[in-house]
Design a protein around this ligand. Structure first.
Ligand code: ATP
Ligand code: MG
Ligand code: MG
Ligand code: MG
Length: 474
């Protein structure tokens, strides 16, 4: 099944269950000072859960463009190294606002996966909230009974508060969740280790595909929980992971969501995919990052020097740097991938097609200017090497290069080691830490899905900039 069909089958399925299908909200959030990027399907419905306003329909479904590079959800370091976390991905979701609850949510999820998509039932594991003594909450018996009627008990996993209890923030709506995980390993591997032992264990072929959240409590300011008068359902399914499962491949990057891009990257950079781990990681990082950056620009967020624009700039620079270091790309190349992306994703997201020229031009400009920076950095690094004693470069110097010229530290380290120089990494880390402490003191750390901006703080609130310190994209 092609990805296009997988996406529309999801929407059709919920439309047939009386859901209104709504468009994805923009990935770049413009009107919420507490959130820079959409990181889950439910973001655009936050106000409904908080009881501010009513949705046009009590049942809604969509596919949402998400970006997870900051705050509670920061998957950046995983991207490219693993095969199932992206910065930008689509989250398929269905919602009930005070309408249906656990029974329908669970039955429909199962029906869709096993009857419409025809996934192998034996490959699916489900999790249920085990309860919490601290919160004085019992096991989620309702969900457990529903699942027991569908799957054998050895495929039900009991999850703790961390994995199976969702909260919007320090206060507000929350509730237990049930996740669906899939085991895509070979029969031989399955015989050796039961899939249930690998759930939530970072195994690339035993992955979480769908999270069903049952919002039934409100966390009050004093930390206590009260029952909500209206119960809600909030679900999120990773589209690219679903495609991996349905297309019988072992990596999101081997699905047709990514293969045209991977092919194009190989062609443009003359590097073969699947030959060496280092090259493969670079190719995956570039395939991932060009999506994040292109979707952001299509949403109107250009790379820039502050806030969301700065995050986008650094994601693009990261892609350029991987190309520069591992694929020997000394000239702009990322912009050449936009056309492929637009033709692959443009039907579902027409903004990619209508903005294709803008995206291409902006990326090319950014690339050229960063490559100039890299060139200048290389000259300075040469000087530093000449001035250094005993082929030793101080962390302080490397930090200056990084901080003032945006010259990436891993590149510095690579060049130095190639030329037989040593770098005081510890000193560099210390300098970096000092800088982080400085900016952290000037900002607030986000730990929930939303940062709660207290009234006193909104005065002189510096907006997105304050979140910048958290985005650790070197
Ligand atoms: P994981 O445990 O794999 O990091 P999660 O629990 O953080 O996922 P949720 O917040 O529950 O993810 O999001 C709902 C679904 O979105 C997940 O079940 C998964 O299929 C998908 N998903 C989450 N993060 C990513 C990502 N970085 N890239 C692609 N898909 C993702
Ligand atoms: Mg995660
Ligand atoms: Mg998870
Ligand atoms: Mg989850």
């Amino acid at each position: 099944m092609k990805s296009q069909e997988i996406r529309s089958k999801f929407l059709e399925f919920f439309q047939n269950k009386s859901h209104s299908i709504v468009p994805s909200a923009p990935m770049v959030v413009k009107d919420d000072p507490t959130l820079m990027f959409t990181n889950a399907g439910m973001n655009q419905f936050k106000e409904f859960f908080l009881g501010n306003g009513t949705p046009t329909s009590r049942r809604i479904a969509d596919t949402q463009k998400c970006l997870r590079v900051s705050g509670k959800h920061n998957d950046l370091e995983e991207v490219g190294k693993d095969t199932y976390h992206h910065t930008m991905f689509e989250m398929l979701g269905n919602w009930s606002f005070g309408d249906y609850f656990k029974k329908e949510a669970i039955h429909w999820a199962w029906e869709l996966l096993t009857e419409v998509y025809k996934l192998n039932k034996e490959d699916l594991y489900v999790s249920v909230f085990e309860g919490s003594e601290e919160e004085d909450l019992p096991v989620d018996q309702e969900a457990l009974d529903l699942w027991k009627a569908i799957v054998p008990e050895d495929r039900i996993i009991y999850g703790n508060k961390k994995d199976n209890f969702w909260e919007m923030g320090d206060q507000g709506p929350c509730g237990p969740s049930s996740e669906i995980h899939i085991d895509l390993r070979s029969a031989e591997e399955k015989a050796k280790t039961p899939g249930r032992d690998l759930v939530n264990n970072d195994h690339p072929l035993v992955v979480e595909i769908w999270n069903l959240v049952f919002i039934q409590f409100n966390r009050k300011a004093d930390g206590s929980l009260e029952k909500l008068p209206e119960k809600h359902v909030d679900t999120g399914m990773g589209f690219e992971r679903l495609c991996m499962a349905l297309q019988g491949v072992k990596s999101n990057y081997d699905t047709d969501v990514f293969t045209p891009l991977i092919k194009k990257i190989s062609e443009v950079t003359t590097s073969e995919y699947g030959k060496s781990e280092e090259t493969d990681i670079a190719i995956r990082v570039i395939a991932d990052h060009v999506r994040a950056v292109s979707f952001a620009i299509a949403d109107g967020q250009l790379p820039g020097s502050t806030g969301a624009g700065y995050v986008i700039r650094r994601i693009l620079r990261r892609a350029i740097r991987y190309g520069f270091t591992f694929l020997n790309q000394k000239e702009a190349f990322v912009y050449k991938l936009v056309k492929t992306l637009a033709s692959q994703m443009g039907e579902a997201f027409p903004e990619l097609r209508s903005q294709q020229n803008l995206i291409t031009n902006v990326i090319r400009e950014e690339e050229n200017s960063f490559l100039r920076t890299l060139d200048q950095g290389l000259v300075l690094l040469d000087q530093i090497m000449q001035e250094s004693k005993d082929k030793k470069v101080s962390g302080q110097k490397a930090f200056e290069l990084y901080d003032t010229f945006g010259f990436p530290i891993d590149l510095t380290a690579l060049i130095l080691s190639e030329k037989g120089y040593s770098l005081d990494q510890k000193e560099f880390e210390a300098e970096l830490q000092k800088q982080k402490d400085r900016s952290r003191n000037a900002s607030k750390v986000t730990s929930g899905d939303w940062q709660v901006v207290k009234e006193a703080e909104t005065e002189g609130f510096v907006g997105y900039d304050s979140l910048e310190a958290e985005v650790e994209i070197l």
